[in-house]
Ligand binder design. Structure first.
Ligand code: 4AD
Ligand code: MG
Length: 463
């Protein structure tokens, strides 16, 4: 007998066909006249399938009437037109098999709505809820949208390393990777002797695949990497994770202007792809998570992003007369409150801030002719703040080297990066999209911890 996924079943509506579905019980309701309504969900979509089980089934009294939320079952029977409102079809069961019971006394998911905080504590069961299963589906569809966007445009996927010996962002927020015995550390001159560590030198989890993506861009032209990145940033906010996924394209023969255009196109593609393919899930978020979400998403598609140089943004913030917690002045980094003011109040749409002071940006960004600012861009979204960070890269050997010295980098460790400027250097640019931040924006979730299956944050890495 054909095993059907509920999503396909509801789309095909094969009335009269004998088939089976497998999933988890949402509810059981017993009707007068010795039959029961079972609502089954199999995770393929938000909708449940209604199954009618009656006392002609051999296990009706012994098992079916004992079914509770969370039990896993197989229901085999015929698809019939449903007389009930709100659904077109239902399954008239000829056989119900129970795979696993789910004791009602202890099953943590009740019929009522649970808080997202509570659900985080049971992250092994939260994908069985409507909202978190919807997030999981949207996240998967979004990953696919990222790949089809780049693949259709001739970009090659590069798997950049997870373990590295470089610090792309130079922020020192590194998780060390070691196999040394902490109770018996090899020392030399009072310091840990990393020459005796696994890699013969200090190593860490990557904070960004950019530097390695640059290597491949300068050979393959247009590339992208999409993988996990790690930052030991002690920020316990609703927008920070210690482990997050980043989408990082890198393009040879590309300037900042085109870099921004590609980023805008990518973000719009992700939004429109989800609207086209996850309508039901988006409707759920619109109803229960963020009112007006769908309009917000459609709005993103219908406007050009605003582009504004950092210096003008500072003037704008200054002129706002706002009493910001962090004072605004030229040279200071934009804080979340400033970013959100620009995107939510000044422009009420995504804003691309360009040409930041060189002091507040990493060494690899291309120096502008004013020698004060670099060819950088951050894309700020309403409700989120920074969602993308990118730049044109410094392709001039001398300028890059001087910047690295200024930044205090150990030049010897980065000779390979300088080689890319010694041998066939070209103007190139790229950016990084925080994947969970865009998932957060698209699902309307208030906290980024709902945008990833297993959030890792300071003091918390269960499962
Ligand atoms: O601005 P960032 O630090 O840029 C880079 O790492 C560049 N190397 C990217 C590139 O040019 N290839 O990070 C990029 C994005 C941010 O805009 C933000 O959306 C996200 O990554 N991000 C985080 N998301 C969740 N939790 C954190 N702790 C994040 N830190 C950055
Ligand atoms: Mg940034």
């Amino acid at each position: 007998m054909d095993h059907y996924r509920i999503k396909n079943l509801l789309a095909d509506k094969p009335i009269g066909k004998a088939l089976e579905v497998r999933g988890w019980l949402k509810t059981r309701r017993d009707a007068k006249g010795n039959f029961s309504f079972l609502e089954i969900n199999d995770g393929s979509c938000l909708a449940n399938l209604q199954v009618i089980a009656d006392n002609s089934l051999a296990n009706y009294e012994t098992e079916i009437k004992r079914l509770t939320t969370g039990c896993s079952i197989k229901a085999a029977g015929n698809i019939i037109e449903s007389p009930a409102k709100g659904q077109d079809i239902e399954l008239h069961a000829k056989e119900i098999e129970i795979y696993g019971w789910s004791p009602a006394e202890s099953y943590p998911l009740q019929k009522k709505r649970h808080s997202f905080e509570f659900l985080r504590e049971i992250a092994h069961l939260r994908p069985r809820t409507n909202s978190l299963s919807a997030v999981a589906r949207v996240r998967s569809v979004l990953s696919y949208a990222v790949h089809n966007f780049f693949q259709e445009r001739g970009f090659f996927l590069v798997h950049t390393p997870i373990i590295t010996t470089s610090d792309c962002e130079g922020a020192g927020e590194l998780f060390t990777v070691t196999s040394l015995d902490y109770d018996n550390l090899p020392k030399s001159g009072g310091k840990v002797d990393f020459s005796r560590d696994f890699f013969g030198r200090p190593a860490n989890l990557t904070v960004s695949g950019q530097l390695q993506a640059e290597i491949y861009a300068l050979a393959l032209g247009n590339v992208y990497t999409f993988g996990p990145t790690f930052r030991a940033e002690n920020s316990n906010t609703s927008r920070h994770l210690a482990e997050f996924w980043m989408i990082e394209p890198e393009m040879a023969f590309c300037d900042l202007d085109r870099d921004i255009t590609v980023a805008e196109d990518l973000l719009k593609h992700m939004v429109s792809y989800v609207l086209e393919n996850c309508g039901e899930d988006i409707d759920l978020f619109d109803r229960y998570v963020e009112k007006g979400l769908k309009v917000k998403l459609e709005d993103i598609l219908s406007h050009d992003f605003i582009r504004i140089p950092y210096s003008d943004a500072i003037d704008l913030l200054d002129a706002s007369g706002r009493d910001f917690e962090f004072p605004v002045h030229w040279g200071a980094d934009l804080q979340t409150e400033h970013e959100r003011f620009l995107a939510e109040e000044s422009f009420q749409k995504p804003v691309v801030v360009t040409d930041y002071p060189k002091e507040i940006k990493p060494f690899y960004m291309r120096m502008n002719p004013d020698e004060k600012t670099v060819s950088a861009m951050d894309i700020l979204f309403p409700g989120i703040g920074e969602i993308v960070g990118g730049s044109q890269r410094e392709e001039r050997y001398d300028v890059l080297r001087a910047r690295m010295v200024e930044a205090g980098l150990d030049i010897e460790e980065y000779e390979w990066y300088l080689d890319l400027r010694r041998y066939g250097s070209v103007p190139h640019a790229g950016f990084g999209v925080g994947f969970e931040r865009i998932v957060q924006f698209i699902t309307g979730m208030a906290n980024i911890r709902e945008a990833i299956p297993f959030p890792r944050t300071p003091g918390s890495a269960p499962f």
